[in-house]
Structures are given as C-alpha cells and as structure tokens.
Design a protein around this ligand. Sequence first.
Ligand code: SF4
Ligand code: SF4
Length: 386
Amino acid sequence: MTVSLRQKIAVGTYVVRQRLAGRKRYPLVLMLEPLFRCNLACFGCGKIDYPDAILNKRLSVQECLDAVDECGAPMVAIPGGEPLIHKEIGEIVKGIVARKKFVSLCTNALLLEKKLHLFEPSPYLFFSVHLDGLKDHHDKSVCMEGGFEKAVSAIKAAKAKGFAVNVNCTIYDGHPPEDIAKFLDLTEELGVGVSISPGYAYERAPDQEHFLNRRKTKELFRQVFALGKGKTWNITHSTMFLDFLAGNQDFHCTPWGMPTRNIFGWQKPCYLLGEGYAKTFKELMDTTDWDAYGTGRYEKCANCMAHCGYEATATEAIFQHPVAALAVAWRGVKTDGPMAPEIPLENQRPAQYVFDNNVQLTLSQMRANEAREKAAKAAQTSATAA
Ligand code: SF4
Ligand code: SF4
C-alpha cells in the first residue's frame, strides 16, 4: 500500500489503542479474497488450483463488509484470484471506503482500464498492480506476452484519473539484483510505490523450482539495497521489514497480523497457508494454535519471509524498540557484515497436506446447501400451487 501521512496516523493510532488495551494479538490488514477465479495463470501462484465449483464461488458484498466489521483492522487488502472479475467489486470497495478503512485493491491490471469507472478516487483507495519486474521478467512470471505493457498502460490510465496506484512485486530465484534495481528505477519514473516480497513456496504452485530459500533471499535483497543506496525508490514497507529481508533481524512471523477471509471461511493460520478454516474472526483468533506455526516450528514455514507474515512483526518491533528502529531508519538498511542468526529448523514439525480434504469438505457443504435450497424451493412451489 502507498503509505500516506493520513494512513500512517490512522494505523499508528490504532496500534497504540490495541497496545493500551493490552491486546496481545490484533490484526493490521484484513486480506479479503472475494473469489479465486483469475484471468491469468502465473507460474508461482498457489491460489487458483481449484475445481470450477470453487472458482465460480464468490463472497457476497454483505459477506465482505461483515468480514471488515468483524475483523476491525484499519487496512483491507483485496487479492484473489482477480478481484476485478467479481461483478460487485465496485460495491465492495465503496462499502469499505465508507467505513474509512484503507483499501488496497490488488489486480493483475488486465481489466483495470475497462473497470475504472466502477471506482472513485479517494484517499482510502489504492490500486496495487501486480508487476513482477521489467518486461521479460514480468511476462515470464505471468505467463503472458504483453502482460507488462498492459499493466503499465493501466497504471498510467488509473493515475491520470486521479487514483493512487502502487505495484506489488514478487521476487523469485534467478531474478538478478541489477534487473530488480532497474525495475525499481522504472517504478520511480512511473511515480508509484512498490510492495516487494519474496515468493512463498505454495505447495500448489505449478513451478516449485524458483522459490527462494531464506539465505538466498537475504543475500539477494542485500545486493538490491546496496544498488539502491542514494536512490529514492518508494518502497512502501517499514524500514524494519526491509532490514529483516536483508538478514539483519531475527524476526518470527505474526500470522494474525494479516488474517484472511475467503470463500472457505477465516483461514488458519495465515494468508499463505490454508490448514483449516474458522467460521468467525473470533473463532480464528481463539482456536488457532499459533505456536504450531512459523519458521523453526513447521516445515511449510521454513523459507517464508513474505511481507504478509512479517510486516506486522516489524511494526511491533518499531513500537517495542523505537530507538533501534530509528537507528535503522537513520543509517539505512545494512547491506554487509554478519547477518542475524538464522532460526534452527531441526525441531520443526513435518508438513501436513490438508488441501484436498479442505476442498472436498467445502464441495460437500456446497452440494448440501444447494440440495437444501432446491428442496425449500420445491416445497414453496407446491405450497403455492395448493
Ligand atoms: S494474477 Fe495473481 S491470482 Fe492471478 S494467477 Fe497471477 S498470482 Fe495468481
Ligand atoms: S512463517 Fe508465518 S506467515 Fe509464513 S507461512 Fe508460516 S505461519 Fe504463515
């Protein structure tokens, strides 16, 4: 998200309130996935490998707004799938903006120019356009020739209409630091902020070979940040998160910082892992065994350094150690010297593979609901006829 002063103040006030209230766990950003259907099939995507019955399912406007109210986070990110495919996306965004929540609508931008009329510019609304690098790299990443030009054209069109726009970039193994630096130069030329994060190794992603491990991630980001010294890239993460990416912080993740609501329910434990689902946000917070997840605890978490797991940790670190955080902000991210110790992995529990069960359970529930609705309709028709 592009971070305006208004947003910084709103989020800072929210965090102070949570801390004064003594809340140990609270959400910062609601990840709202109103659908999984997408008009692309990127090689690193772990979100779209579902049967059609699930890809065709949508969260309703009311379900989306209820999730926003239930969760209470000051920011809402709307990823997917491709949210612009949702027929009521305009209404969903309008309802969230009316609640004075900061909305980041994540899109691959293929439909953005066509659908801009559904939205109104607002200090509470940002488009976050998926752009994984310069042309060659982005087109390869989204498996579509011309994807880069489409995205850049949509960014310009949205900006021309007065919308705030940033880009979200996922980094995979094999992306040379020099190319990433050139890409960040381009975002500066385009006048957009950048959210940048290493790709999480989704078990359902078609290409499993290009995900970075933690050591490689840290080395790569050190090289990128070294190339960025003296530049004014608008990277929209906290300096503490960037310092973590460069291997200078030994953070553990904060999975409840960005809770996820999608068509399955409230996802346990985080945006990246779907190990189970709760019916309500409260149930998610109360019943998830948070200590069972994170690097060093669970095999699927071994290489995770994604911003959705660690930005909330970085925010907490700023409040807990303001002097250290100020020092990092003052001197910039360290790009050489020893790294913070890595979390040992010897005692992590092995991965559990629950995807198929979750999908089957949801499909059975959908079929049962459909059968109930059909029976109710038939009963109503025969009552009317009688
Ligand atoms: S645009 Fe996003 S949701 Fe669609 S396939 Fe690519 S990564 Fe997945
Ligand atoms: S490390 Fe944390 S944020 Fe990353 S996948 Fe595991 S639980 Fe989720």
